[in-house]
Design a protein around this ligand. Structure first.
Ligand code: NSS
Length: 447
């Protein structure tokens, strides 16, 4: 008897549980599932429950004649009651997932009272209602599939970064100064009335750690007091930020392509059932392999003008512009060499044309917008001091950062990949709020 079979009936003959994800391996065998009642259809002497356990859903059948005890327990059972179900698995083409369970025994762990039914019914609900019920909404198969894809995206990203020789590290959440402009800072009343800010990006710290370890990446939450109420903005989102000493502009763009491709291919390979649950058209994801198209900022402006968009040199691109540019490609596109004036203070100027920064953004297809922002960093002390002054940033708070240019400064580069935007694109969700368990947005910190 193999390990897997041992799982089903242990030595004392008692059933131990498997997960719905695994049922395909148990065709014709009796198993136990631990989960919740997702739906129940009653048809005279037959009951058709649907169970869920977090790994998937399975349809059941229970006949009064064959299993009177189970039938009585199940009859009238309320949605989301927790149950342990025993029964035989059989292949059934018409059932979602391809298998069903003939219920022979059911143990109710908690019955949801009739007087307080589960608030989310199997019908359309308004999104504000669902967001208020987010702690329960995540139980629905679609939401659970999204969160499982998110986990795979993180796993695949880390596997790729580790494989490229990058060491995982961590930046602090409390910071004394801004990284990405002062307009989106969350101010915190730190101990004894000291001012601090929630981090907008781990980058500046990742730069310090890169000078200690070579190639590193951080992965953690970042915060922006975004006043914009768009489908692409959260106030708390997760970013993966590689930073590498002795790595220059071209090479860091290549790393971004490899990373995004590894994430997409990982999800396609390991979360195909979840993509199916979401009814995602995966043909649009299969092409996501390097090399990605690259276009300079100036050429992008020309493309926009050709499409009737009035953008001119020096304008920052918004969602509309990004969508126009990305619509001519079947995979993400890199826009590079932005005007230095519209980008962050730390970006290295181009040697031939210093009015341009060695900066790039990666724009996802299908209108999902910018998923990566990155650049080569200024490594010259005097140039950096000049930039801090131009941006009116407090030099005292940046002394440690300037130290990196005093002691063995080297060319270095990095970028930040926004996890939620990447996952929203892969899942094809309308809004990025669905791809994080508890979204934080301009008007929402509950639940
Ligand atoms: O502002 S970024 O473009 N770049 C940085 O923060 C750099 N300091 C990163 C680095 O070089 N280490 O943000 C990076 C990405 C951006 O492309 C989006 O995908 C995502 O972070 N991002 C957001 N996602 C969700 N909500 C909001 N508000 C948001 N802002 C940026």
């Amino acid at each position: 008897m193999g390990l897997r079979e041992m799982n089903v009936a242990n030595e004392t003959g008692q059933m131990t549980a498997i997960t719905i994800e695994q049922v395909g391996r148990y065709d014709g065998q009796e198993v136990t599932l631990k989960g919740w009642l997702y739906n129940l259809r009653e048809s005279g002497k037959l009951l058709f429950p649907i169970f869920r356990d977090g790994t998937g859903i399975i349809q059941g059948v229970c006949a009064l004649k064959e299993n009177p005890e189970a039938f009585e327990s199940l009859k009238g059972l309320t949605q989301e009651s927790s149950v342990i179900v025993t029964g035989k698995i059989r292949a059934e083409k018409r059932a979602p997932g391809g298998y069903e369970i003939g219920v022979s025994k059911i143990e109710i762990i908690q019955r949801v009272p009739e007087s307080t039914p589960f608030p989310i019914q199997l019908k359309e609900h308004g999104v504000d209602f669902l967001l208020d019920q987010r702690h329960l909404w995540i139980r629905t198969p679609r939401q659970a599939a999204i969160l499982r894809i998110r986990a795979e995206a993180i796993r695949a990203a880390r596997e790729f970064m580790d494989g490229q020789g990058y060491t995982l590290t961590d930046a602090p959440m409390f910071t004394p100064a801004a990284c990405e402009g002062t307009s989106t800072l969350f101010e915190v009343n730190y101990i004894d009335d000291q001012k601090a800010y929630l981090t907008q990006s781990g980058q500046l710290y990742a730069e310090a750690i890169a000078m200690a370890l070579g190639k590193v990446y951080t992965f953690g939450p970042t915060f922006r007091a975004e006043k914009s109420k768009t489908r692409r903005h959260l106030t708390e989102f997760w970013m993966l930020e590689p930073e590498a000493a002795y790595v220059e502009f071209e090479e860091i763009m290549g790393l971004g392509e490899g990373l995004v491709s590894a994430i997409v291919q990982g999800v396609l390979k390991n979360k195909s059932r979840e993509l199916e649950t979401l009814k995602r058209d995966t043909t649009k994801l299969e092409n996501v392999k390097p090399p990605f198209p690259r276009i300079s900022y100036e050429d992008a402006v020309a493309v926009l003008n050709k499409n009737g968009n009035p953008a001119k040199f020096g304008d920052d691109f918004g969602g509309d512009e990004e969508t126009i540019i990305s619509s001519s490609f079947d995979r993400p596109v890199l826009i590079h060499h932005y005007p230095a004036a519209i980008k962050a203070f730390y970006m290295q100027p181009d040697a031939q044309r210093p009015e341009l920064a060695l900066a790039f953004d990666m724009i996802a297809p299908e209108g999902y917008g910018e998923i990566i922002g990155g650049s080569q960093r200024i490594h010259d002390y005097d140039v950096l001091v000049g930039r801090l002054r131009e941006h009116r940033l407090p030099e005292e708070a940046f002394q440690w950062y300037l130290d990196l240019r005093r002691y063995g400064s080297v060319p270095h580069s990095g970028f930040g990949l926004g996890l939620e935007r990447t996952v929203a694109w892969i899942c094809g969700t309308e809004h990025i709020r669905e791809v994080i368990p508890f979204p934080r947005m301009i008007y929402r910190v509950y639940p």
